[in-house]
Design a protein around this ligand. Sequence first.
Ligand SMILES: [Fe+2]
Ligand SMILES: [Fe+2]
Length: 477
Amino acid sequence: MSINYSEKIPNNVNLSEDKTLQRALEHWQPNYLQWWQDMGPEGAMAHDVYLRTAINVTPDGWAHFGHVKMPDYRWGIFLAQPEESRKVNFGENKGMAAWQDVPGEHRANLRRIIVTQGDTEPASVEQQRHLGLTAPSQYDLRNLFQVNVEEGRHLWAMVYLLHKYFGRDGREEAEALLQRNSGDQDNPRILEAFNEETPDWLAFYMFTYFTDRDGKFQLAALSESGFDPLSRTCRFMLTEEAHHMFVGESGVARVLARTCEVMKQNGIEDPNDVERVRKLGVIDLPTLQRYLNFHFSVTIDLFGADQSSNAATFYSAGLKGRYEETKRDDDHLLKNNTYRILEVKDGALVEKEVPMLNSLNEVLRDDYIRDSIAGVSRWNRVMEKAGINFRLQAPHKAFNRHIGSFAGIRVSPEGRIISDAEWEANVRNWLPSEEDRAYVASLMGRVIEPGKFANWIAPPPVGINRQPIDFEYVRFS
Ligand SMILES: [Fe+2]
Ligand SMILES: [Fe+2]
């Protein structure tokens, strides 16, 4: 399963044995590189960046670290090792041998699933393309670029499946993945959260914490797929995804640590004394809470409608499972199972019991929410340790929703249904205002000296790959 680097496209899928496929992908490759030049990290193509590159798919020692110019990064096609005599583990085909090819009757649905996942990968690179110009340190700049090149590789992962298993349709979809662009008026990315801007580094950390975690849950559900190549592709993508969420979690923690430190040094007890905190050039805690509210609510929309017949179809067909499907001890058919979802009734949110098969989006969303809340508690420990009387909190899942049964309903962060007037009167306290965003933007300035950090963020406790914090992570040219 080692990766062949002597070929134009590094891979562990014996690409050279399938000349037609190899040619098709080698034809797509220059278009990908052109997209990277046009839409990838701005003004950074000549930098030498200390990046990890996959060299193996086994858990130990899968990555190599070294300085590389991003356009020379070896993007490739890597599938996790096959699991012997793997089966379809859920749905109506449960017990059958896992499919090594696309079953005809599931072709359209599988294509849709793969295209939707594939579309998010280049979208996030586009959303983050200006951030390098205002990086708070070399260490952070390197992490941004690492996330970017790996999202690029995730696009490769999906494009491989499209080319190999979906013929001409697949090749057309692969082209379209390079043509849609985040935020484009005429040809936007498929999912709304991937058309939002990532305008500053606080937004970047929140995005990698919350939205890359959506990636983790989608990939985990797809890694259960009965379509074995999709499962193996997603399993290896998950290995890379962990670092993206680390960048987000540690990034927010470092912002919090710095704010607390500066508050302490200056004897500021009241976290709501925003004016004094801002005068000191750090990000006030209420603004952090509003960024959290925004990214949390936009991200949980990505899981789709709470009641969905598509989700039921994908599950029953064996295409997309639940998070950790095979670790659950039910019948994996779910025909008789129910699930409690929330609905709006007489001006209040009430629980309602519905068939589980139709609520699988909600099941995945709830698993996601549990996982993201765990990190919020870890952030709160930073403030607790510093003796600052403020705690972050994930908003209620009905807050600021645009998809599903809460769309168009005004709900406070605590989960109370409110009037438009109450929403308007309070929204500045709940979601980042123009002024908040302008303040955060005003802090963004490029710090490029090794070992130096912008005033608003604490250094990390350790460097990347056991390198010192003042290591030259990026060599500029
Ligand atoms: Fe990704
Ligand atoms: Fe990611």
